[in-house]
Design a protein around this ligand. Structure first.
Ligand code: SAH
Length: 404
C-alpha cells in the first residue's frame, strides 16, 4: 500500500544551512520556525517531502501544524516510500537488535523505542507473546492500520493492545483513548520474566505500558549491593527493585514505599510469585517525601536506599520546579542512608541531565557533611537505543554511589 506525497515545502533561507547539517547528521526533528511558510492547510499527520530552498530533497516525514516539532523525519531517501514495507524493515531491524537479550531469562523488553528505532512517535513493549503499543503523534496515528498488520506478522505476537491514554496526545490534536485490543487476545495479566525474576504485568491498567522495563539492568546491578542488607525502595511501583533485592539473600529485608495502593498490593503478589515471604518485608502506601521525613525524624537508617521517582518535569517549562523536587528528594534520601551505605538515585526526566543529578548529590552531601563515592552510572539498556544525533531523546540516568 502506498501513501502519496502531495506536498513539498522549503526551509527558511537562514535556518536552512544549519538545519541541513542537523538533518544530515541524523536528527529527525524540524521545528516550525525553520520552515519558510509553515503550511497550515496540511492535515495533522500528513506525509511531506522536505526540500532545501534550492529545491533539493532532504527528507520525508510527517507534519503537524499544531506542534513546535513541525516535522518528524522517517527517511532521508527519496526512493523510500512510507508503506508497510518501510514499517516491516524497521520492525525487523529492531527485533534483530533485541536478539542479544536471552529470552530464556528475559521475555519483556521494549521492541520499538520511537526515534531510537527510526519510528518517531511510536513505542512498543513486548510482554511474552503480547505487544503493548503507544502512539504519541498524529503522523504515527495515520500509519496505525499498516503498523498493526506489520507488527503482528513480523513478531508472531498473539495480541496487540493500544495504550493511547497518555495526556501528551492532546498536544498533537489526538484523542486520549481507552486501552483497546486491536489484534488477537490480550489477557488481563501476563506472566513474564526479567533476568529470571517472575512478574505479572497488567497491560490494561498498569502504569505506562504495564511495567518499567527501562530499569532492567539497574535492577540486576542492585543485587550485589542488597545481599543481607536493610533496603528502602522509594517509588517502588510493583516492586521491581524490591524483588531483586529480596532474592539476593534470605537475610535481606526490604521496605517498599509507593503512593499507589494498587502498586503496593501487586508488589506483595510479586514477592509471593518469587517464593519470597511478603511478611518478612515491609510494604508502605505513602508519599515518599512524607515517609522520608518521618524516617529521618525517627532516626531510622537503611543500608541501601533506592530513589526512582516519576518524571518530575516532562517539559522544559516545568524544569525549575522539578529541580527543587529532585534536590529535596536526594537530600531526604541521603539522610536515611547509614554511613557507608549505598544510594541509587535515578531521574527519568528528559530535561534533567546527568550533571543535574550529580549536582543534587553533591549539594546534598555538602549540606549533610557526607562524602559520596560514585560507583556506577547507567542510562538505558540495549532495548532503548538512542539516536546519537538526538541526545535530547535520552531520558534515563541512574547513579549508584556509596555515602560516607
Ligand atoms: N521503581 C519502579 C518504577 C517507579 S515509577 C520500578 O522499578 O518499577 C514511579 C512510581 O512513583 C509510581 O509507582 C508512582 O505511583 C509513584 N509515585 C509518584 N509520586 C509519588 C510520591 N509522591 N510518593 C510515593 N510514590 C509516588
Amino acid at each position: 500500500m502506498y501513501i502519496t506525497y502531495k506536498y513539498g515545502f522549503k526551509f527558511h533561507e537562514v535556518a536552512g544551512t544549519l538545519l541541513w547539517y542537523h538533518l544530515v547528521g541524523g536528527h529527525l526533528w524540524i521545528f516550525s520556525g525553520a520552515l519558510q511558510q509553515p503550511p497550515r492547510w496540511i492535515e495533522a499527520g500528513g506525509l511531506v517531502d522536505v526540500k532545501t530552498s534550492t529545491g533539493q530533497f532532504v527528507a520525508r516525514g510527517y507534519y503537524n501544524p499544531r506542534t513546535d516539532i513541525a516535522i518528524r523525519i522517517l527517511t532521508h531517501s527519496i526512493e523510500e516510500p512510507i508503506d508497510i514495507e518501510f514499517l516491516r524493515r524497521h520492525i525487523c531491524s529492531a527485533m534483530e537488535l533485541r536478539h542479544v537479550l536471552d529470552v530464556t531469562q528475559t521475555n519483556m523488553y521494549r521492541l520499538i523505542h520511537a526515534e531510537g528505532d527510526g519510528l518517531p512517535g511510536l513505542v512498543v513493549d513486548r510482554y511474552a507473546d503480547i505487544l503493548v503499543a503507544q502512539i504519541h503523534t498524529a503522523g504515527m496515528e495515520h500509519l496505525q492500520p499498516l503498523l498493526v498488520d506489520a507488527l503482528m506478522t513480523e513478531t508472531g505476537a498473539h495480541g496487540l493492545l493500544l495504550r493511547n491514554d497518555g495526556q501528551a496526545r492532546r498536544r498533537e490534536g489526538l484523542e486520549v483513548e481507552e486501552p483497546l485490543a486491536v489484534a488477537g487476545e490480550v489477557p488481563e495479566q501476563i506472566a513474564v520474566r526479567e533476568n529470571g525474576v517472575q512478574f505479572l504485568v497488567d497491560p490494561w491498567q498498569g502504569q505506562k505500558t504495564g511495567f518499567f522495563i527501562d530499569q532492567r539492568d539497574k535492577r540486576q546491578a542492585m543485587r550485589k549491593y542488597a545481599q543481607g542488607k536493610r533496603v528502602l525502595n522509594c517509588f517502588s511501583y510493583t516492586g521491581g527493585f524490591s524483588v531483586y533485592a529480596a532474592l539476593s539473600s534470605p537475610t535481606t529485608s526490604v521496605t517498599s514505599v509507593d503512593i499507589s495502593a494498587a502498586a503496593i498490593e501487586k508488589a506483595q503478589q510479586h514477592f509471593a510469585l518469587n517464593n519470597l515471604d511478603p511478611d518478612a518485608h515491609r510494604f508502605v502506601v505513602a508519599d515518599v517525601f512524607d515517609y522520608l521525613e518521618q524516617a529521618q525524624s525517627m532516626e531510622e537508617q537503611f543500608d541501601v536506599v533506592i530513589l526512582d521517582p516519576p518524571a518530575f518535569a516532562k517539559t522544559q517549562g516545568a524544569r525549575a520546579q522539578a529541580l527543587k523536587a529532585y534536590r529535596r528528594l536526594n537530600m531526604l534520601g541521603m539522610q536515611v542512608v547509614r554511613p557507608g551505605g549505598m544510594l541509587l538515585t535515578c531521574s527519568c526526566s528528559g530535561v534533567v541531565g546527568l550533571d543535574d543529578l550529580l549536582g543534587f548529590l553533591s549539594q546534598a552531601a555538602q549540606r549533610l557533611h557526607r562524602s559520596v563515592q560514585l560507583l556506577e552510572v547507567y542510562t538505558h539498556s540495549v532495548d532503548h537505543p538512542v539516536n546519537l544525533a538526538m541526545p535530547e531523546t535520552a531520558y534515563l540516568k541512574a547513579v549508584f554511589c556509596r555515602v560516607g
